[in-house]
Design a protein around this ligand. Structure first.
Ligand SMILES: *[C@@H]1O[C@H](CO)[C@@H](O)[C@H](O)[C@H]1NC(C)=O
Length: 248
């Protein structure tokens, strides 16, 4: 009995290894020697975009909408004000626009300039400190918008070989830098929901949005980089380099 099971497992392992995973139709391939490879890859990403929104469970590709950011902390030194946001969901990351793309298949380096037109976030905040000399401490739900962020992405890929000796790509480094230009936060339920004080504090925070967002920026960059890197790897890793970038 145990022997039979082992045999079946061994056979199925052989079968699954020798049958190459077929390329799904949402992956549009680019020829390795395409002189227009940059615009080809840009088109592939556009073609893939609907899948970035929904995810593809059959290929273990998660949805980018929403993106979950575990914890964001912003402290404003001068007033000793500290805002912590937890369980943040960001919507809109899949609407990035590629403005420029550079591809070097010899070094496996990719660089992109992007625009993030609108990120909408919702989560739970905790605030502690002073705003306009008012001591405040509290927590509740928050929402926010960040518009017209520009960014750059640098990706380093590497080859690895599967059990059959076939080369696959893995995105080993993925660094996204973003520059958030405009935005606003709305902390709900401040001062037990007092609307006047709540508005005063929200306005004060938003008039300092720049300094808050500067603090949040590295954390948002990290979260976006990790999400896009995982996403990219789930897309490229299962397929061979020859499948993704055929010679002819
Ligand atoms: C964010 O934008 C949406 C519409 O795009 C708006 O309804 C909402 O009030 C904004 N929230 C904040 C905190 O600015």
């Amino acid at each position: 009995m145990a022997k039979g099971v082992t045999l079946v497992l061994a056979l199925s392992a052989i079968v699954s290894r020798t049958v190459a995973l077929e390329l799904p139709d949402f992956i549009k391939v680019c020829k390795r020697n395409d002189p227009e490879i940059e615009s080809c890859i840009k088109d592939s990403v556009e073609f893939l975009r609907p899948k970035l929104m929904t995810g593809v469970p059959e290929y273990s590709i998660p949805s980018l909408e929403p993106l979950l950011l575990k914890e964001l902390v912003a402290a404003e030194g001068s007033n000793g004000l500290r805002i912590t946001a937890k369980d943040v969901k960001a919507f809109g990351a899949s609407n990035f626009i590629i403005q420029k793309i550079r591809v070097d298949l010899d070094t496996l380096r990719f660089a992109l300039d992007i625009l993030l037109p609108h990120l909408y976030i919702e989560g739970l905040y905790e605030i502690d400190g002073r705003v306009l000399l008012l001591p405040i401490r509290g927590n509740g739900p928050m929402t926010g918008n960040m518009t017209d962020a520009t960014g750059s992405v640098k990706i380093q890929a590497d080859f690895f070989k599967d059990e059959l000796g076939e080369s696959h790509l893995i995105l080993s480094e993925f660094r996204m830098r973003i520059n958030i230009r405009k935005g606003s936060l709305n902390l709900e339920n401040l001062f037990g929901g007092d609307p006047t004080l709540g508005t005063v504090v929200n306005n004060a925070i938003n008039s300092n949005f720049d300094s808050f967002i500067k603090e949040l920026q590295p954390l948002i960059e990290k979260a976006l980089s990790t999400a896009f890197q995982d996403f990219g790897n789930n897309i490229v890793r299962p397929f061979t380099y020859d499948q993704l970038f055929p010679e002819k």
